[in-house]
Design a protein around this ligand. Structure first.
Ligand code: C5P
Length: 412
């Protein structure tokens, strides 16, 4: 996913001040991109490097990217009170150590403070300045009981671990211990600062179109990029929910922390959703489900023959996934979507009643298909609420806040 392209102009970290700590590791090269992307998201970034980090990347690079002096020593005389270890975190919202080496984490566990970065981690005001660690090390180092013990202790002490990922390592081995990519760390940090309005809730969603086969190479589908549904899945995960996203055929990355089940047809979507729905607190149906399918899809490609009649397709109705979930006793909190081309509120209100839903979200379909922008109308039996035109993630976060407020009384 590209760092510039996916924010729709949002500044998700506006007003946030981040101390970006670098410790020794090859993954320091990713910290350069990370600094840049944090700043693009609206944050101010103060880089602090250990001596070992300076073996991998220069302070010059990090200064140029962050537009601030880089600190590398607790004896830095540029601070008038000579207390960089205090000053640097007093207006910071978080210290993000990326990469965090095995040695640095071991140091933190013991409260050791013999260099500027470990010193400022220990001296930071814990109530206002979170500590996030992005481990980066060889898989054997990560799996070692000493590291695992340290990780457990760091979590118990309130640190948030981001990753590590699994995959190819600089040493040539393959396994757990890679630092997350800059984009993944950015998404994690943005999520960290979102209010946890759905903590402990299980949210199930459908998104994208369905594809109904005519034969092995042809089919019927609806226009839907899946972007709105994926944005809601991301927003729900950011709000602390356990999210399962049942997706039709779309070309979108799975939001971090979201469990994704890929399906093609409406029947497959139905079969994936129904067993999960009873244990879900919230069900959001954004999928553009095909109303009909071909009654008997051909096993082999239907051949075009000169002069032969055009094939006639017999259609049969697909199951209504949302209506079926809303009929459960008790149902999860069901949110429907209505993409209309005219008479938005009237058509949406009809769906609200027909499917027996507490809430439906209406939008003008052709105006939003494939776009990063949308505007939504929330409709329930009491009235309507407009969410003004914005990028889909901003709207998704507002919708998630609304759903959270409406389901706050439901126990988890
Ligand atoms: O039935 P209609 O397409 O008018 O309603 C749209 C809403 O119902 C959307 O939330 C859509 O995801 C859901 N739906 C469904 N299963 C269908 C048709 C629509 O879940 N077969």
């Amino acid at each position: 996913m590209n760092i510039e392209g996916n924010s729709g102009g949002r500044l998700d970290l506006a007003g946030k001040h981040i101390v970006l700590g670098l410790t020794g590791g090859v993954a320091c090269f990713k910290a350069a991109e990370l600094a840049r992307s944090l700043i693009k998201a609206g944050a101010t970034v103060q880089v602090v490097m250990t001596q070992a980090a300076e073996q991998f990347i220069t302070a010059v690079t990090m200064q140029a990217l962050s537009s601030r002096n880089v600190y590398t020593s607790q004896w830095d005389a540029r601070e008038s009170n000579n207390m960089a270890h205090i000053n640097l975190t007093r207006d910071a919202d978080a210290v993000l150590v990326a990469p965090a080496s095995a040695d640095f984490m071991a140091k933190l566990v013991h409260g050791r403070a013999d260099d500027l970065l470990s010193l400022l981690c220990l001296a930071r005001p814990v109530a206002s300045c979170a500590l996030l660690l992005a481990p980066a090390m060889n898989r054997e180092m990560w799996a070692h009981p000493a590291t695992q013990r340290n990780v457990a202790q760091l979590r118990a002490d309130g640190a948030v671990l981001l990753g590590p990922a699994s995959g190819d390592q600089a040493c040539g081995e393959v396994g757990d211990g890679r630092m997350l990519e800059a984009q993944e760390l950015l998404d994690e940090l943005i999520a960290f600062f979102q209010p946890k309005a759905l903590l402990g809730k299980r949210v199930l969603l459908t998104a994208g179109p369905t594809f109904e086969a005519i034969d092995p190479v042809r089919g019927m589908t609806n226009l839907s990029s899946g972007k709105m549904g994926f944005a809601i899945a991301r927003a729900a995960a950011e709000a602390g929910a356990q999210v399962t996203l049942v997706a039709g055929p779309v070309h979108l990355d799975t939001p971090r922390g979201v469990r994704r089940i890929d399906v093609m047809s409406a029947q497959q979507m139905f079969d994936a959703v129904l067993p999960l729905a009873p244990a879900s607190h919230v069900f959001v149906a954004t999928a553009a489900v095909a109303d009909w399918r071909v009654a008997k899809a051909a096993a082999h490609k239907i051949k075009k023959k000169a002069g032969a009649a055009v094939p006639a397709l017999e259609l049969e109705e697909n199951p209504d996934i949302l209506a079926a979930v809303a009929r459960l006793k008790p149902p999860p909190y069901c949110v429907g979507f209505a993409a209309e081309s005219e008479n938005l509120v009237q058509h949406a209100r009809e769906k609200l009643q027909r499917k027996n839903l507490p809430l439906i979200v209406a939008n003008i379909g052709p105006a939003t298909f494939g776009s990063d922008l949308n505007s939504l109308t929330l409709i329930d039996t009491n009235g309507t609420r407009e969410l003004a035109r914005a990028d889909k993630l901003t709207l998704a976060r507002e919708l998630v806040r609304e759903i959270a407020a409406r389901t706050a009384h439901v126990s988890t």
